[in-house]
Design a protein around this ligand. Structure first.
Ligand code: PGA
Length: 247
């Protein structure tokens, strides 16, 4: 299982960052899957610089630019140099501040150019009875990865994060049957976008109110390859118990 901890702006100091990092290193030693931490940029730089463990690091976003006179931007190249090997791209909280499909496609290609594995977030705002959310997810995924070459498309990890389930509690998260349906559907869409290639190797993660209370049930029968976890990943006591549910 791939477990991506999206710290968002929940972690703001190195003492707390250090505690979660230490807990993650202990977890990684127990063979609890691949653990990827996505701290805010300066904390990522500090932790990754002294990392000798199997814990990996992800940028929470990368710039759509490639450097130069761009105050405040952090490029994919900078993240790679700082020790990140993954990049979350297209998170709904970034889309809400202006990331369009075109910007997301740019970011994906910059991440790939610098050896970062993109974790592309997609997901509908709400569920309707008529199944329009399926068409929405298909279009969002297609628009993001269509500009890439087939080889590049095959390197992308998809994180299905329905917006209605983000930042709530386990009772509001998706159920295992609905998740299984969506994972299958996403695999089908990816297979169409990777002509002649198998989609079996494209990892599909789920994110949105994953907690100790629901993670085992969601993993059991849905076919997901892992989870993107926000709030429950920033408590150094809760995160290890959550990950241990997956053993
Ligand atoms: P959450 O966030 O686990 O706090 O719902 C998930 C995410 O937004 O990546």
């Amino acid at each position: 299982m791939l477990i991506v901890a999206n710290w968002k702006a929940y972690v703001e100091d190195s003492a707390k960052a250090g505690k979660i990092f230490s807990a993650s290193k202990r977890l990684a030693k127990t063979g609890a899957g691949t653990i990827v931490l996505a701290p805010p940029a300066p904390l990522l730089g500090a932790l990754a610089a002294r990392n000798k463990s199997p814990v990996a690091f992800a940028a929470q976003d990368v710039s759509a630019t490639t450097g130069g006179a761009k105050t405040g931007e952090i490029t994919a190249q900078t993240y790679a140099a700082a020790g990140a090997t993954y990049a979350i791209i297209g998170h709904s909280e970034r889309r809400a501040t202006g990331d369009t499909d075109a910007i997301i496609a740019e970011k994906l290609s910059h991440a790939l150019a610098h050896g970062l594995t993109p974790i592309l977030c997609i997901g509908e705002k709400e569920r309707d009875g008529g199944g329009r959310y399926l068409a929405f997810v298909r279009e969002e995924l297609t628009r993001a990865i269509e500009p890439l070459t087939p080889k590049e498309r095959g390197k992308i990890i998809i994180a299905y994060e329905p917006i209605w389930a983000i930042g709530k509690t386990a009772e509001n998260a998706i159920g295992p049957n609905d998740l299984a349906e969506m994972v299958l559907y996403i695999r089908k869409v990816i297979a169409e976008l990777l002509p002649g290639r198998s989609s079996l190797h494209s990892l599909v993660l789920y994110g949105g109110s994953v907690e100790v209370a629901n993670v085992r049930m969601l993993a059991a029968s849905s076919g997901v390859d892992g989870f993107l976890i926000g709030r429950a990943s920033v408590d150094p006591n809760i995160f290890p118990s959550l990950v241990k549910q997956l053993r």
